[in-house]
Design a protein around this ligand. Structure first.
Ligand code: ADP
Length: 207
């Protein structure tokens, strides 16, 4: 039987690193952000609907979405943001469900849905947590100060910018209280890999 897992982290916590490890063990990873981008690719029906609702000038001459322009519209306007979410979220959810079903039919043992705002949604009883019957949710955790260090090292931004980006998310220690499993990525990659392997074995019923 397939085990469908919801996974999230916080910026710089090592979500991408852990997803790579899970994929190497044989899990199918379904990436919510990548699906959002695909559904908004040039010519996609969702892109056409977004332009109809928020302005044709949001489509660039090469047919791609002007994400900054759209962001500027919805950033300060709650009603516009809700209208956008009402278009995007169902389309993304349906595509994730379709891919999950395909992986189930292919006989995949562990299917991991990579969802940036998994715990923000769970807290409101909305989003993917409500839509998918997860066997478990997983959080890739590091202490907030390590989040700052690793984000600065990876992105070359300053500490203030890293902290601002963290503040747009639920604090990682609050997510911790909502998760079924926590992968502590504050140690070495080898220590993380050991936890990921243990989790995978547990999910697939091995010892
Ligand atoms: P996220 O996807 O959660 O934003 P990443 O997986 O990109 O995080 O990890 C953030 C940064 O920290 C990356 O540069 C990554 O190589 C590094 N990193 C991840 N795990 C570890 C670890 N256990 N020890 C040291 N560096 C790590």
């Amino acid at each position: 039987m397939a085990h469908i897992i919801g996974l999230s982290g916080g910026i710089g916590s090592g979500k991408s690193t852990v997803l790579r490890m899970l994929a190497e063990l044989g899990a199918t990873v379904i990436d919510a952000d990548a699906i959002v981008h695909e559904l908004q690719a040039p010519g996609a029906p969702l892109l056409t609907r977004i332009a109809a609702a928020f302005g044709d000038e949001l489509i660039r001459p090469d047919g791609s979405l002007d994400r900054e322009g759209l962001g500027a519209i919805v950033f300060r306007d709650d009603e516009a943001r809700q209208r956008l979410n009402a278009m995007v979220h169902p389309a993304v959810g349906a595509e994730m469900a379709r891919r999950t079903q395909a992986a189930v039919e292919a006989g995949t043992a562990v299917i991991v849905l990579d969802i940036p705002l998994l715990y923000e949604g769970a807290k409101r009883g909305a989003g993917a947590s409500a839509a998918f019957d997860f066997a478990a949710t997983v959080l890739v955790w590091v202490p907030p100060e390590v989040q700052v260090e690793r984000t600065v090292a990876r992105d070359g931004c300053d500490r203030g910018e890293a902290r601002r980006r963290m503040q747009a998310q639920l604090p990682i220690d609050e997510k911790r209280d909502l998760a079924d499993y926590v992968i502590d990525n504050s140690g070495t990659p080898a220590e993380t890999e050991e936890q990921v392997r243990a989790l995978y074995r547990r999910l697939t019923g091995g010892s």
